[in-house]
Design a binder for this molecule. Structure first.
Ligand code: SF4
Length: 147
């Protein structure tokens, strides 16, 4: 069963009422900061499950393969022109699924290359208030607030 996520597009209305984005002092979202990383290690085998779970539709009717495309860089449909059913079963969405079925297929997408899901993680110990926690961090990710 697929879930339908309806979000407001980045360009059309970035911060709708009742929805709070986590931000750092610079004003960037965590996702925006992550996307600036240049030394990224990816999982050896990765196929994104989101292609079978959800569709993201902006207030302007444009459909994206997932919510990590906040800037509408890879639009797969427009529900002002076609039904949600048609977008979900259409050739653009199928092309996304086919791409992800290839070995390292996600690397073909600029949006997926900057996404957090295919990234390799490592566990590291962090001290907070005299207690030790294990934190799962992205490989090569600096642990500085706002970086
Ligand atoms: S951007 Fe991330 S969540 Fe979206 S399809 Fe690509 S890997 Fe999956």
């Amino acid at each position: 069963m697929a879930w339908l996520s309806v979000v407001t597009n980045w360009r059309s209305k970035r911060h709708p009422p009742g929805r709070v984005r986590r931000q750092v002092p610079s004003g960037e979202s965590p996702r925006a900061r992550l996307s600036k990383d240049t030394h990224i290690e990816y999982l050896e085998e990765f196929t994104c499950p989101q292609q079978y779970q959800r569709l993201v539709i902006g207030a302007d009717g444009l459909a994206m393969k997932c919510s990590n495309d906040e800037e509408n860089r890879e639009v797969i449909g427009d529900i002002k022109q076609e039904s949600i059913y048609q977008v979900w079963h259409g050739k653009n969405m199928q092309a996304v699924r086919d791409m992800h079925l290839q070995h390292r297929g996600f690397m073909q997408s600029a949006v997926c290359r900057k996404c957090y899901l295919p990234r390799k993680t490592e566990d590291e110990a962090a001290q907070v208030g005299g207690r030790t926690f294990i934190v799962r961090n992205y490989v090569h990710r600096v642990q500085q607030i706002g970086k």
